[in-house]
Design a protein around this ligand. Structure first.
Ligand SMILES: [Zn+2]
Length: 235
């Protein structure tokens, strides 16, 4: 485990290079409903602890259909992480009506690392308040701010490496999953491109040619291993 300050990963996703959300509609991933029996795979006496993905829908996405946001960005990710981890994975949406002080966070900042620090402080406040009523697991419960826009003209998302907090815009279907991947130990270096008649980026892949390639809604084998290794430290 890294000690002290978690390193920050800034994703430099340039304007116009990310697939446009409207264009991407044709590429909507098919949500696969997943059985929940993976909680206990029979290999241990105790079921592994579940993973909670707490997604805070920023106020600037209030007019978006939450069901669609879930289907497009998170339902397939739940399945993917359940398969990798053998844990139940649950995405919990929070919005203005439940957590107004979180979802109004002013995330736009020329300094993306500073924007993330501000978000981390919000998350710390929330988790410390909940300590007695609903203690969050710092290793398994992750907090993502989902935003309409980028943090600044070049940064679409940012996460603490193996940390608890991240921010991501909805400009590509892979961006929120990518930032969540960082929080579970996935890296750019171990990402991959998959070819099946065309090239597709696995979740952690991003470079100048990404806009030409399609999306592959899975982690690379190496990143599956990284996530698995990270989670194997915990009950
Ligand atoms: Zn990244």
């Amino acid at each position: 485990m890294t000690k002290g300050k978690a390193s920050q990963i800034i994703d430099d996703l340039k304007d116009g290079k990310i697939e446009n959300n409207k264009v991407a509609q044709n590429d909507t991933p098919t949500p696969v409903r997943h059985r929940r029996s993976l909680v206990n795979d029979g290999q241990s006496d105790r079921p592994k602890k579940p993973i909670l993905l707490l997604v805070f829908i920023h106020d600037d996405l209030n007019d978006y259909d939450k069901g669609k946001l879930y289907d497009n960005y998170f339902s397939w990710l739940e399945t993917e992480l359940e398969e990798i981890s053998g844990r139940a994975v649950t995405v919990i949406f929070n919005s203005q009506s439940t957590t107004p002080k979180m979802t109004n966070y002013n995330y736009k900042n020329e300094n993306a690392a500073e924007a993330l620090r501000g978000w981390e402080n919000k998350v710390k406040e929330l988790t410390s308040k909940a300590e007695n009523t609903f203690p969050f697991n710092p290793n398994l419960d992750k907090f993502l701010l989902l935003t309409r826009s980028k943090i600044n003209s070049s940064v679409a998302g940012i996460a603490s490496n193996r940390g608890q907090s991240a921010m991501a815009t909805i400009d590509s279907y892979l961006t929120p999953a990518h930032e969540i991947g960082h929080m579970f130990g996935a890296t750019h270096e171990d990402s991959d491109i998959v070819y099946d008649g065309w090239w597709h980026d696995t979740i952690m892949k991003y470079d100048a040619n990404s806009p030409v390639r399609g999306n592959y809604y899975h982690f690379s084998e190496k990143n599956r291993g990284n996530i698995s290794n990270y989670l194997s430290q915990f009950d």
